[in-house]
Design a protein around this ligand. Structure first.
Ligand SMILES: CC(C)(COP(=O)(O)OP(=O)(O)OC[C@H]1O[C@@H](n2cnc3c(N)ncnc32)[C@H](O)[C@@H]1OP(=O)(O)O)[C@@H](O)C(=O)NCCC(=O)NCCS
Length: 177
């Protein structure tokens, strides 16, 4: 009989299943965002809407039936060849195991056949984990990673850092590693 600690470690190391979010996942997505202490926590209602209306551009990672990570995004209305990643997060215990990269790769595999060739996201300058993860995705796709200023702190009504735009292109299914 395995003890609880061993079972938890086996779960942690299990390869997550990537799937489309359902409305019933929104509460757990909200919890992961809140617990990350890095992301802006949007209202629980916003995550419900996302899990209803943007499932084609969002993915959850599940281990042993539990959602441990998510990415939510949308196609830019003015540039439908571009998927904008709004938020991505992985539970702390599951970080560093490739789940974040796998979520983004799964998203790109889903949208690329529909003509999406660009990924955009914004990242605050003090988030090395996120910068490293998107850098890793760009390398694995053989794509360029370009950075440009986007939202200055003065644009935010609250105390918010700058958000830089990161652009990964071209997204090419053939080049996936
Ligand atoms: C960013 C985040 C989603 C990465 O998820 P993850 O599952 O830990 O990432 P991965 O294990 O797939 O790692 C991807 C790459 O980034 C690197 N990396 C991950 N976290 C890192 C860190 N804190 N510092 C430096 N490098 C890091 C890994 O070494 C790996 O590089 P490699 O592919 O060259 O080996 C996760 O750290 C997280 O949820 N952070 C809090 C929320 C957040 O910041 N979201 C992004 C907002 S823009």
């Amino acid at each position: 009989m395995l003890d609880d600690g061993t079972v938890a470690e086996i779960d942690r190391l299990a390869a997550p299943v990537m799937r489309t979010p359902r409305v019933g996942d929104a509460a757990q997505i909200w919890r992961i965002a809140k617990d990350s202490q890095v992301l802006d926590t949007n209202s629980s209602y916003a995550y419900l809407l996302w899990c209803r209306d943007f499932t084609g551009t969002s993915v959850v990672a599940e281990v042993d039936g539990r959602v441990v990570g998510f990415v939510i995004g949308y196609l830019r209305p003015e540039s439908p060849d571009t998927v904008f990643v709004w938020q991505v997060a992985v539970e702390q215990a599951q970080q560093g195991l490739g789940t974040g990269t796998a979520l983004i790769q799964h998203l790109l595999d889903t949208v690329a056949p529909h003509g999406v060739s660009v990924l955009e996201t914004t990242i605050a300058p003090d988030n090395p984990g996120s910068i490293a993860m998107f850098g890793s995705v760009a390398r694995r796709r053989g794509a360029e990673l370009a950075k440009a200023p986007m939202f200055d702190p003065e644009l935010f009504p609250d105390n918010h850092e700058a958000e830089d735009l990161y652009r990964i292109a071209p997204i090419d299914l053939e080049a996936r590693k």
